[in-house]
Design a protein around this ligand. Structure first.
Ligand code: SF4
Length: 164
């Protein structure tokens, strides 16, 4: 990832963080949303987010299953600074649901625009897909497109299993 792309992606994170701070969703700190199978959803991320996450994330064992995130230790996120957009935006607060969809759509549209402008290609897949790829692989070496959800507009990077 070039410095320019990284700067643009981090600006998307900053915009999302600001929008979430304004919306002030409630978090019960249960940590369940990072235990994907138990919670019944899948965290999708882009190759941009995977690269930023892996630059600073702690060591983890491979292979990673789709059941949960290896960076959740004793209920806490150990990759908080570099966590992907879905982790930033998703809260289980029912009163925040509509705003969450808007923030998600806005962030995804911005990421896709960055991919277009910089000609990087668009790779979007479940977290474990990227965590099981070789760390040295670049975004274009990752076959994420085949795992893209079967709709072009998803309400959340976190997709309920029952919904597709
Ligand atoms: S990176 Fe952190 S917030 Fe995101 S799923 Fe993993 S433990 Fe949860």
């Amino acid at each position: 990832m070039t410095d320019e792309v990284r700067k643009d992606v981090l600006a998307v994170y900053a915009d999302a963080d600001a929008a979430i701070a304004e919306a002030r969703p409630r978090c019960d700190a249960s940590g369940r949303c990072c235990r994907f199978t138990e919670y019944g959803h899948t965290l999708f991320i882009s190759a941009f987010e995977a690269e930023i996450l892996l630059e600073r994330a702690p060591f983890y064992e491979q292979p990673v299953s789709r059941d949960g995130c290896p960076f959740q230790i004793e209920g806490l996120c150990t990759a908080r600074d570099s966590r992907p957009l879905g982790c930033r935006i998703y809260f289980c607060d029912p009163g925040y649901e509509a705003r969450m969809s808007e923030i998600t759509e806005d962030a995804l549209a911005k990421l896709k625009r960055i991919a277009d402008v910089h000609g990087t290609g668009w790779h979007y897949a479940p977290l474990h897909h990227f965590l099981n790829a070789p760390r040295e692989a670049g975004p274009n070496d990752r076959a994420g497109d085949s795992m893209t959800p079967p709709v072009t507009r998803v309400p959340l990077p976190v997709v309920n299993h029952s919904g597709g």
